[in-house]
Design a protein. Structure first.
Lengths: 269, 695
């Protein structure tokens, strides 16, 4: 697999796609690739496939995943890449932001996709971006105005009219305090009912010590609700992607990083 | 003209349509002795309200153009701009607010804070216009001023504090209690002109005291003296309380609320007192101009009478005496015979006649002092122009002009109408920056664009009435485009040898899509298989094909032609022959290159109360819209979507009916995208039908 991957990453028009026989027999030029091929190619090249399996999600339906880090390290960039990975597989992603307006969230997607395209030398980026738009919906709430019943109401507005039916939900900017457990429990029930895979960002603080089990304080009270927890930890010039909870990465020996320049996930230094 | 600037008030009256702004203005003019009879907006006497000077306004019961007028109240001179309440005329409201120092926000005691109230409130915020609120129609069934005050706080975020409480409501509404003087005010006489001040009725005393306490408490934040008086339990004097409320109002941290019924002539005189007491004089407002000589550095204007003139033209009207230009003086005094310069055009202007307006009547004056609103006659300028004394190079900050959202094709009925139409369009575009016009090069139709269907409708009506220009309107044609989606080769021989001189040319190469340019031609011919002198003819031939796409006749964009081979004949080849060969080659390649039709996609943002979010999203979805996201902003939400322009006609009406008129939308061009197959089929049918009609 690694060999195929390396051969696929050239800028010359080689047609190494998702199957060995394609690599051997057919040459498909870049300009003739259709969007599906591009998507499959990106999925294959994305190191995230090692975190999220190619065919199944790291989270079960109704499962919760957490991305923890201090402010400004790259939580949003990370979840946007998780979202893109799912969108490329034609899954619908609902991105809920309690911190940024719609335009800014949109910009995150545009920038991240542009960086990915640059990294893998993919040309028709506009078409690809347009194609992903149909699988993404952004909702922003004021921090005080966000609640599970409200979300349920908004979601039923769009699902009943067949406007959008999400399979994955990202919640960015949710404040974690004493009342969070109850609302997250409520959200868990909701996610199970709707078969959603939910990723939540959690902001940790530099000055706070970790709890005895090594988890950030904000996370300890709610950790039982989460199947997976990933921490972004800056060490020197690198941002390490560490798994705090969950199995998938533990089985792999690969160490992941966030490139501080592009905020893209990579699996080697 | 009065020269004491402290006694001048430039105010605007803004509100939702049908809240009674024009009626209120009419009453103000009556009580200030500017008019001697009251005519209602939709009055049976057929005269109409004084401020609705345009025939059309009187007929429809809405105010279209903001008529400026002035009046005197207790030694103060008040310049009033009556502003339209309909969302389609927002530029009028925006322009008025730009030159005003204060505003009266009129709210209906039954309807409360409606969508347009929100819009005008946002506009007031943008221009930092301090305001007082007037809850009108307290005599109407269902009147509930407390609810409106609550909405002012919750929906508009105002620190709304009642300065009055009503005496009775609905049919029993007879007057108001002034919480500052703690007196009951009644309005007697046929037209409420006699103000009778009495003691507060005993049954309302407790309520009055409680509300006053809240008022004093709210006002104390703005005055240390008042706070001290409260703490020391001293008697609070009227001037002290008024001064504190004024400070709060000027900083927009407090909105004093008044109530009454303009139609029933109640509560207007205390409102006029409030305008003079709480709203700013021109000197209370800091106005900035941009220094063109100094990198547009902001300059604070002085309001000095003898300083050089800085004035802004904020409204133009075409009257019997030529163009009437409404101006606001920010600095210096403008007198007859002065020379001023229009900063935009650089043209020198000699000031001729000066006037101040009273709706459609005018009074000639000798000079306009600083802070005043007046009018110039016969000056050729556009709305938004800055006038200054020679030697200055200042411009007033440009006004925010929203982009037009809707277009319509218009065709004059005859030659006479054509001439009149162009005159009218010339005038309207000068008067109203949101109204734009252009000739569509493809269809050769005149297209007018504006802020909404009603906006355009009114201009068409005005063309008919004021300029005698009969026009027919059509559904505007969406500017579709064609393009190709893949590379395709061509190899075409143009050969004609039937009589006369022959024609011969062969072109070969390929065409492919490009995303960032309209057309690229690349010559890769080697070995002079096509002689160099014919290459330009080939390019011309290809280029000509782009004007009318082979698929449906729409212009072709995003195409690259690479010419790499060909052949010629020593005698029969010519420019003509190679142009024809290029056309043939293009058609051959185009058919193979999977052509598609592109349509303009608009970025649409709908702002609606949250309860209508689902409905608004559904309406966009039905219009082939792709919802990008929704933003929750408390009581309001905004929904962003990408919707094909072809689906957006009539949307304002749909949205209004869907949301009880509480939602509005903006629209701007985003990109061109391929039309879905089913829509393309419909388009093909329409084009075929159109061709049949032509045939």
């Amino acid at each position: 697999m690694n060999t195929i991957k390396r051969r696929c990453t050239g800028s010359t028009p080689v047609g190494l796609l998702n199957a060995d026989q394609h690599c051997q027999n057919n040459i498909i030029y870049f300009r003739e690739r259709n969007l599906d091929m591009l998507k499959k190619d990106l999925i294959l090249r994305n190191p995230l496939r090692l975190i999220e399996h190619e065919t199944e999600d790291i989270l079960p339906e109704g499962g919760f995943g957490a991305v923890l880090s201090r402010a400004g390290i790259g939580k949003t960039a990370f979840i946007v890449q998780l979202a893109l990975n799912n969108i490329l597989r034609d899954k619908n992603v609902l991105h809920i932001s309690l911190a940024d307006p719609v335009n800014k969230v949109s910009l995150w997607y545009e920038e991240t996709l542009r960086n990915i395209a640059l990294l893998y030398d993919i040309k028709p980026i506009d078409k690809l971006y347009e194609a992903i738009l149909a699988h993404r919906l952004i909702m922003t709430f004021q921090v005080g105005g966000f609640s599970v019943p409200k979300l349920a109401e908004r979601l039923s507005d769009i699902t009943e009219q067949n406007i959008f039916r999400p399979q994955m939900m990202l919640i960015d900017g949710l404040p974690f305090d004493d009342t969070t457990y109850d609302s997250l429990s409520e959200l868990k029930v909701f996610a199970k009912q709707h078969g959603l895979h939910v990723w939540v960002t959690i902001r940790t603080h530099r000055h706070e010590n970790e709890s005895p089990d090594g988890l950030p304080l904000q996370f300890t009270g709610v950790s039982d609700l989460f199947e997976v927890a990933i921490q972004l930890q800056p060490e020197g010039e690198q941002i390490h992607v560490n798994l705090l909870k969950g199995k998938s990465i533990a089985t792999s020996n690969t160490q992941f990083f966030l490139d501080p320049a592009t905020m893209l996930i990579k699996d080697s230094m | 003209m009065k020269k004491q600037i402290e006694l001048i008030r430039n105010i605007g009256i803004s509100a939702h349509i049908d809240s009674g702004k024009t009626t209120l203005t009419e009453r103000i003019l009556y009580y200030t002795n500017r008019i001697h009879a009251i005519h209602d907006v939709k009055g049976k006497d057929g005269v109409g309200a004084t401020m609705d000077s345009m025939e059309l306004e009187k007929e429809r019961g809405i105010t279209i153009a903001s008529a400026a007028t002035f009046c005197k109240w207790k030694n103060h001179e008040i310049n009033i701009i009556d502003t339209p309440g309909h969302v389609d005329f927002t530029i009028e409201v925006e322009r008025s607010l730009r030159v005003l120092d204060g505003g009266i926000l009129v709210l209906c005691s039954v309807g409360g804070v409606q969508s347009q109230s929100m819009t005008v409130d946002q506009q007031m915020k943008r221009y930092k216009v301090p305001c007082v609120a007037f809850i009108n129609k307290c005599d109407r069934s269902g009147a509930n001023p407390s609810r409106v005050i609550q909405q002012l706080r919750e929906k508009l975020g105002h620190n709304a504090i009642p300065v009055q409480i009503p005496i009775g409501l609905e049919a029993n509404f007879i007057g108001v209690i002034d919480l500052i003087s703690m007196k009951a005010i009644y309005f007697d006489g046929d037209n409420g002109e006699k103000v009778r001040i009495e003691k507060i009725p005993a049954e309302l005393m407790a309520q009055a005291e409680e509300t006053r306490e809240k008022l004093v408490d709210a006002a104390s934040i703005f005055s240390d003296e008042l706070t001290e008086a409260i703490l020391e339990e001293k008697e609070i004097s009227e001037p002290l309380l008024i001064s504190a409320i004024r400070t709060g109002t000027l900083t927009r941290k407090m909105t004093p609320v008044f109530m009454g019924s303009a139609y029933k002539n109640k509560g207007i005189q205390p409102l006029l007192d409030a305008v003079t007491a709480y709203l700013p004089c021109p000197m209370d407002v800091e106005n900035l101009a941009l220094d063109m000589d100094n990198d547009e550095k902001p300059v604070i204007l002085s309001y000095g009478e003898k300083d050089p003139v800085v004035a802004l033209a904020f409204k133009l009207e075409d009257g019997a005496y030529g163009q009437l230009t409404y101006i606001r003086l920010y600095q210096g005094t403008l007198a007859k015979g002065d020379t001023i310069i229009n900063i935009r055009s650089g043209r020198k202007i000699k000031v001729g006649r000066l006037a101040r307006m009273h709706a459609n009547q005018m009074e000639e004056i000798e000079s306009i002092p600083p802070g005043f609103i007046g009018a110039l006659f016969g000056v050729d300028c556009a709305s938004g122009d800055t006038f200054v004394s020679p030697g200055l190079n200042l411009t007033m900050t440009s006004m925010y002009v929203p982009e037009p959202v809707i277009s319509l094709a218009i065709v004059p009925k005859d030659n006479k109408a054509q001439i009149n139409m162009s005159k009218a369009l010339n005038r309207f575009t000068k008067e109203d920056p949101t109204f734009k016009t252009h000739v569509n090069e493809e269809t050769m139709e005149t297209i007018i664009s504006g802020m909404g269907e009603l906006h355009l409708e009114v201009y068409i009506e005005r063309m008919r009435r004021e300029y005698n220009a009969e026009v027919t309107t059509g559904k505007p044609r969406v500017a579709y485009r064609e393009t190709i989606t893949q590379m395709a080769e061509f190899n075409y021989i143009h050969k004609k040898q039937t009589g006369g001189s022959g024609q011969y040319g062969r072109v070969a190469g390929y065409i492919e899509p490009i995303s960032d340019q309209e057309f690229v031609f690349e010559n890769k011919v080697v070995g002079a298989s096509i002689p160099t002198q014919y290459i330009a003819a080939c390019e011309k031939g290809f280029k000509n094909c782009l004007q009318k796409g082979p698929r449906m006749g729409f212009p072709v964009t995003g195409i690259k032609v690479v010419l790499n081979d060909g052949s010629s004949h020593a005698v029969d080849s010519s420019d003509m022959a190679f142009q024809a060969a290029a056309r043939g080659g293009f058609l051959e390649g185009y058919r193979k290159a999977k052509p598609v039709i592109l349509e303009p996609i608009m970025k649409v943002v709908v702002e609606a109360p949250t309860e209508f979010q689902g409905g608004a999203m559904g309406s966009l979805n039905q219009r082939r819209g792709m919802i990008v996201g929704s933003q929750d902003e408390g009581h309001m939400c905004s929904i962003e979507a990408h919707v094909p322009l072809a689906e957006m006609f009539g949307y304002s009406t749909v949205l209004r009916s869907l949301t009880q008129g509480k939602a509005q939308f903006t629209m701007e061009f985003s990109s061109y995208k391929p039309v879905p197959k089913n829509v393309e089929e419909d388009l093909i049918k329409k084009v075929a039908e159109g061709k049949k009609h032509v045939a």
